[in-house]
Design a protein around this ligand. Sequence first.
Ligand code: AMP
Ligand code: FE
Ligand code: FE
Ligand code: ZN
Length: 274
Amino acid sequence: MPCDLHVHTTASDGTESPQEVVEKAKRLGLSALAITDHDTVKGIAPALEAGCRFGIAVLPGVELAAEEGEREVHILGYLFDPHHPALARELARFEKARLERVEKMVKKLRAMGVPLELERVLELAGGGTVGRPHVARALVELGAVGSVAEAFARYLDRHRPAYVPRLKFAPEEAVLLIRRAGGVAVLAHPGLSQCRDIIPRLVSAGLRGLEVYHPEHPPDLVDYYREFCRRYGLVATGGSDYHGTDHRKYNRLGETTAPDEVVEKLIELAGSAN
Ligand code: AMP
Ligand code: FE
Ligand code: FE
Ligand code: ZN
Protein backbone atom coordinates (compact mmCIF):
# COMPACT_ATOMS: atom_id res chain seq x y z
CA MET A 1 0.00 0.00 0.00
CA PRO A 2 1.49 3.35 -0.95
CA CYS A 3 1.64 6.50 1.15
CA ASP A 4 0.65 10.12 0.56
CA LEU A 5 3.27 12.48 1.95
CA HIS A 6 1.79 15.86 0.98
CA VAL A 7 -1.58 16.74 2.51
CA HIS A 8 -3.18 20.02 3.63
CA THR A 9 -5.94 20.42 6.22
CA THR A 10 -8.04 23.22 7.72
CA ALA A 11 -4.94 24.10 9.77
CA SER A 12 -3.85 25.89 6.57
CA ASP A 13 -5.75 26.16 3.28
CA GLY A 14 -7.23 22.68 3.06
CA THR A 15 -10.99 22.35 3.45
CA GLU A 16 -11.06 19.14 5.52
CA SER A 17 -10.01 18.77 9.16
CA PRO A 18 -6.99 16.67 10.14
CA GLN A 19 -9.38 13.99 11.47
CA GLU A 20 -11.31 13.92 8.19
CA VAL A 21 -8.23 13.49 5.96
CA VAL A 22 -6.81 10.78 8.22
CA GLU A 23 -10.08 8.85 8.17
CA LYS A 24 -10.31 9.26 4.41
CA ALA A 25 -6.73 8.03 3.93
CA LYS A 26 -7.53 4.95 5.98
CA ARG A 27 -10.65 4.29 3.90
CA LEU A 28 -8.60 4.61 0.69
CA GLY A 29 -6.25 1.93 2.01
CA LEU A 30 -3.13 4.10 2.27
CA SER A 31 -0.45 2.80 4.59
CA ALA A 32 0.71 6.22 5.77
CA LEU A 33 0.15 9.89 5.28
CA ALA A 34 2.01 13.05 6.23
CA ILE A 35 0.22 16.24 7.19
CA THR A 36 2.10 19.11 5.52
CA ASP A 37 0.21 22.32 6.15
CA HIS A 38 1.63 25.65 4.99
CA ASP A 39 3.76 27.25 7.72
CA THR A 40 2.01 25.58 10.65
CA VAL A 41 2.20 22.46 12.80
CA LYS A 42 -1.25 22.89 14.33
CA GLY A 43 -2.83 20.05 12.35
CA ILE A 44 -0.26 17.50 13.51
CA ALA A 45 -1.52 16.67 17.03
CA PRO A 46 -5.15 16.04 15.97
CA ALA A 47 -3.92 14.03 12.97
CA LEU A 48 -1.64 11.84 15.12
CA GLU A 49 -4.53 11.22 17.50
CA ALA A 50 -6.81 10.29 14.59
CA GLY A 51 -4.08 8.04 13.18
CA CYS A 52 -4.09 6.03 16.42
CA ARG A 53 -7.87 5.87 16.41
CA PHE A 54 -8.24 4.75 12.78
CA GLY A 55 -5.09 2.63 12.62
CA ILE A 56 -2.96 4.39 10.04
CA ALA A 57 0.57 5.79 10.32
CA VAL A 58 0.66 9.60 10.40
CA LEU A 59 3.93 11.50 9.93
CA PRO A 60 4.40 15.00 11.29
CA GLY A 61 5.15 17.35 8.43
CA VAL A 62 5.10 20.97 7.31
CA GLU A 63 5.43 22.90 4.03
CA LEU A 64 7.47 26.07 4.51
CA ALA A 65 7.11 28.80 1.90
CA ALA A 66 10.42 30.40 0.98
CA GLU A 67 11.47 32.66 -1.85
CA GLU A 68 14.32 32.74 -4.30
CA GLY A 69 14.09 36.06 -6.11
CA GLU A 70 10.75 36.05 -7.94
CA ARG A 71 10.26 32.33 -7.48
CA GLU A 72 8.39 30.64 -4.68
CA VAL A 73 10.23 27.64 -3.31
CA HIS A 74 8.43 25.29 -0.93
CA ILE A 75 10.37 23.14 1.50
CA LEU A 76 8.72 20.11 3.06
CA GLY A 77 9.82 18.99 6.50
CA TYR A 78 9.18 15.53 7.95
CA LEU A 79 9.54 13.86 11.33
CA PHE A 80 10.79 16.92 13.22
CA ASP A 81 9.86 17.84 16.78
CA PRO A 82 6.70 19.99 16.36
CA HIS A 83 7.44 21.63 19.74
CA HIS A 84 11.04 22.58 18.98
CA PRO A 85 11.54 26.15 20.31
CA ALA A 86 13.34 27.53 17.23
CA LEU A 87 10.66 26.14 14.95
CA ALA A 88 7.86 27.43 17.17
CA ARG A 89 9.45 30.88 17.21
CA GLU A 90 9.74 31.04 13.41
CA LEU A 91 6.21 29.75 12.88
CA ALA A 92 4.86 32.40 15.27
CA ARG A 93 6.71 35.04 13.26
CA PHE A 94 5.16 33.71 10.03
CA GLU A 95 1.71 33.66 11.58
CA LYS A 96 1.98 37.31 12.56
CA ALA A 97 3.36 38.28 9.15
CA ARG A 98 0.59 36.39 7.36
CA LEU A 99 -2.05 38.20 9.38
CA GLU A 100 -0.50 41.58 8.59
CA ARG A 101 -0.24 40.62 4.94
CA VAL A 102 -3.92 39.71 4.71
CA GLU A 103 -4.81 42.99 6.44
CA LYS A 104 -2.88 44.86 3.75
CA MET A 105 -4.55 42.88 0.95
CA VAL A 106 -7.99 43.63 2.36
CA LYS A 107 -7.07 47.32 2.61
CA LYS A 108 -5.96 47.37 -1.02
CA LEU A 109 -9.16 45.66 -2.15
CA ARG A 110 -11.31 48.06 -0.15
CA ALA A 111 -9.45 51.01 -1.70
CA MET A 112 -10.44 49.52 -5.08
CA GLY A 113 -14.08 49.56 -4.01
CA VAL A 114 -14.43 45.89 -3.06
CA PRO A 115 -16.31 45.84 0.28
CA LEU A 116 -14.35 42.92 1.73
CA GLU A 117 -14.34 42.41 5.52
CA LEU A 118 -11.14 41.25 7.23
CA GLU A 119 -13.24 39.42 9.84
CA ARG A 120 -14.82 37.25 7.16
CA VAL A 121 -11.43 36.30 5.68
CA LEU A 122 -10.21 35.28 9.14
CA GLU A 123 -13.40 33.33 9.77
CA LEU A 124 -12.84 31.42 6.54
CA ALA A 125 -9.32 30.60 7.69
CA GLY A 126 -10.91 29.10 10.80
CA GLY A 127 -7.97 29.86 13.07
CA GLY A 128 -5.49 28.17 10.73
CA THR A 129 -2.74 29.86 8.67
CA VAL A 130 -4.47 32.61 6.75
CA GLY A 131 -3.48 33.40 3.18
CA ARG A 132 -4.52 34.34 -0.31
CA PRO A 133 -6.79 31.28 -0.72
CA HIS A 134 -8.99 32.60 2.10
CA VAL A 135 -9.07 36.11 0.61
CA ALA A 136 -10.05 34.46 -2.69
CA ARG A 137 -12.86 32.46 -1.07
CA ALA A 138 -14.19 35.61 0.61
CA LEU A 139 -14.16 37.41 -2.75
CA VAL A 140 -16.16 34.59 -4.34
CA GLU A 141 -18.64 34.66 -1.47
CA LEU A 142 -19.03 38.40 -1.95
CA GLY A 143 -19.76 37.91 -5.66
CA ALA A 144 -16.79 40.16 -6.55
CA VAL A 145 -15.43 37.30 -8.69
CA GLY A 146 -16.91 34.11 -10.06
CA SER A 147 -14.23 31.71 -8.81
CA VAL A 148 -11.07 31.36 -6.74
CA ALA A 149 -9.10 31.17 -9.99
CA GLU A 150 -10.56 34.50 -11.08
CA ALA A 151 -9.75 36.05 -7.70
CA PHE A 152 -6.10 35.14 -8.21
CA ALA A 153 -6.02 36.21 -11.85
CA ARG A 154 -7.67 39.56 -11.20
CA TYR A 155 -6.35 40.55 -7.80
CA LEU A 156 -4.08 38.17 -5.91
CA ASP A 157 -1.41 36.75 -8.22
CA ARG A 158 2.03 38.31 -8.12
CA HIS A 159 1.92 41.56 -10.11
CA ARG A 160 -1.84 41.86 -9.66
CA PRO A 161 -3.20 44.90 -7.80
CA ALA A 162 -4.00 43.36 -4.40
CA TYR A 163 -0.81 41.32 -4.15
CA VAL A 164 1.33 41.90 -1.09
CA PRO A 165 4.73 40.22 -0.85
CA ARG A 166 5.27 37.73 1.93
CA LEU A 167 7.89 37.72 4.64
CA LYS A 168 11.35 37.22 3.16
CA PHE A 169 12.57 33.73 3.92
CA ALA A 170 15.34 31.97 2.01
CA PRO A 171 15.05 28.29 1.02
CA GLU A 172 18.32 27.52 2.89
CA GLU A 173 16.86 28.98 6.08
CA ALA A 174 13.88 26.65 5.73
CA VAL A 175 16.15 23.63 5.28
CA LEU A 176 18.25 24.59 8.31
CA LEU A 177 15.20 25.20 10.46
CA ILE A 178 13.79 21.75 9.74
CA ARG A 179 17.16 20.13 10.42
CA ARG A 180 17.50 22.03 13.67
CA ALA A 181 14.13 20.66 14.77
CA GLY A 182 15.41 17.14 14.05
CA GLY A 183 13.56 16.64 10.77
CA VAL A 184 14.25 15.75 7.16
CA ALA A 185 14.04 18.55 4.57
CA VAL A 186 12.69 17.79 1.09
CA LEU A 187 12.21 20.15 -1.85
CA ALA A 188 8.48 20.28 -2.71
CA HIS A 189 7.32 19.95 -6.34
CA PRO A 190 10.58 21.09 -8.03
CA GLY A 191 8.77 21.02 -11.37
CA LEU A 192 6.34 23.70 -10.19
CA SER A 193 8.94 25.92 -8.58
CA GLN A 194 11.32 25.78 -11.56
CA CYS A 195 14.27 25.76 -9.24
CA ARG A 196 16.51 23.03 -10.58
CA ASP A 197 19.45 25.44 -10.44
CA ILE A 198 19.35 25.87 -6.65
CA ILE A 199 19.18 22.16 -5.76
CA PRO A 200 22.97 21.81 -5.30
CA ARG A 201 22.98 24.76 -2.90
CA LEU A 202 20.09 23.30 -0.91
CA VAL A 203 21.79 19.90 -0.76
CA SER A 204 24.85 21.63 0.72
CA ALA A 205 22.53 23.16 3.32
CA GLY A 206 21.28 19.68 4.23
CA LEU A 207 18.38 18.96 1.88
CA ARG A 208 17.78 15.19 1.88
CA GLY A 209 15.17 14.63 -0.79
CA LEU A 210 13.04 15.81 -3.69
CA GLU A 211 9.30 15.48 -4.08
CA VAL A 212 9.43 13.45 -7.28
CA TYR A 213 5.81 12.30 -7.40
CA HIS A 214 3.39 15.23 -7.55
CA PRO A 215 0.15 15.79 -9.53
CA GLU A 216 1.81 18.59 -11.53
CA HIS A 217 4.78 16.45 -12.59
CA PRO A 218 4.37 14.75 -15.98
CA PRO A 219 5.99 11.30 -16.41
CA ASP A 220 9.14 12.64 -18.09
CA LEU A 221 9.78 14.99 -15.17
CA VAL A 222 9.18 12.16 -12.68
CA ASP A 223 11.80 10.11 -14.54
CA TYR A 224 14.19 13.06 -14.57
CA TYR A 225 13.96 13.76 -10.84
CA ARG A 226 13.97 10.07 -9.91
CA GLU A 227 17.25 9.70 -11.76
CA PHE A 228 18.50 12.91 -10.15
CA CYS A 229 17.75 11.48 -6.68
CA ARG A 230 19.46 8.21 -7.53
CA ARG A 231 22.56 10.00 -8.69
CA TYR A 232 22.86 12.37 -5.73
CA GLY A 233 21.68 10.00 -3.02
CA LEU A 234 18.46 11.89 -2.29
CA VAL A 235 15.19 10.32 -1.19
CA ALA A 236 12.39 10.49 -3.78
CA THR A 237 9.17 11.40 -1.95
CA GLY A 238 5.70 12.18 -3.25
CA GLY A 239 2.11 13.00 -2.52
CA SER A 240 -1.14 14.43 -3.78
CA ASP A 241 -0.87 17.98 -2.34
CA TYR A 242 -4.50 17.38 -1.35
CA HIS A 243 -6.42 20.55 -0.35
CA GLY A 244 -9.98 19.10 -0.27
CA THR A 245 -12.40 17.84 -2.91
CA ASP A 246 -13.32 21.27 -4.26
CA HIS A 247 -9.77 22.47 -4.97
CA ARG A 248 -9.25 23.15 -8.67
CA LYS A 249 -6.14 20.98 -8.96
CA TYR A 250 -5.25 19.14 -5.79
CA ASN A 251 -8.47 17.33 -4.99
CA ARG A 252 -7.60 13.64 -5.06
CA LEU A 253 -6.19 12.30 -1.82
CA GLY A 254 -3.95 9.29 -2.32
CA GLU A 255 -3.86 9.51 -6.08
CA THR A 256 -0.25 10.62 -6.25
CA THR A 257 1.80 8.59 -3.82
CA ALA A 258 5.26 7.41 -2.86
CA PRO A 259 6.25 3.80 -2.27
CA ASP A 260 6.27 2.50 1.31
CA GLU A 261 10.07 2.25 1.54
CA VAL A 262 10.19 6.05 1.43
CA VAL A 263 8.70 6.27 4.93
CA GLU A 264 11.34 3.89 6.26
CA LYS A 265 14.03 5.93 4.55
CA LEU A 266 12.71 9.17 6.09
CA ILE A 267 12.64 7.58 9.54
CA GLU A 268 16.22 6.40 9.04
CA LEU A 269 17.34 9.89 7.96
CA ALA A 270 15.55 11.62 10.84
CA GLY A 271 17.20 9.21 13.27
CA SER A 272 20.70 9.72 11.88
CA ALA A 273 22.87 12.68 12.90
CA ASN A 274 21.17 14.78 10.18
P1 AMP B 1 -0.21 32.37 0.13
O1 AMP B 1 0.52 31.37 0.95
O2 AMP B 1 -1.15 33.20 0.93
O3 AMP B 1 0.69 33.21 -0.73
O4 AMP B 1 -1.12 31.54 -0.88
C1 AMP B 1 -0.54 30.54 -1.67
C2 AMP B 1 -1.54 29.42 -1.90
O5 AMP B 1 -2.56 29.89 -2.76
C3 AMP B 1 -0.93 28.22 -2.61
O6 AMP B 1 -0.44 27.30 -1.70
C4 AMP B 1 -2.09 27.65 -3.37
O7 AMP B 1 -2.79 26.73 -2.55
C5 AMP B 1 -2.98 28.85 -3.63
N1 AMP B 1 -2.89 29.40 -5.01
C6 AMP B 1 -1.83 30.01 -5.59
N2 AMP B 1 -2.13 30.44 -6.84
C7 AMP B 1 -3.42 30.08 -7.06
C8 AMP B 1 -4.33 30.22 -8.16
N3 AMP B 1 -3.96 30.83 -9.30
N4 AMP B 1 -5.58 29.72 -8.01
C9 AMP B 1 -5.95 29.10 -6.86
N5 AMP B 1 -5.15 28.93 -5.79
C10 AMP B 1 -3.90 29.40 -5.88
FE1 FE C 1 -2.03 25.62 -0.55
FE1 FE D 1 3.52 23.82 -2.38
ZN1 ZN E 1 1.23 21.88 -0.66
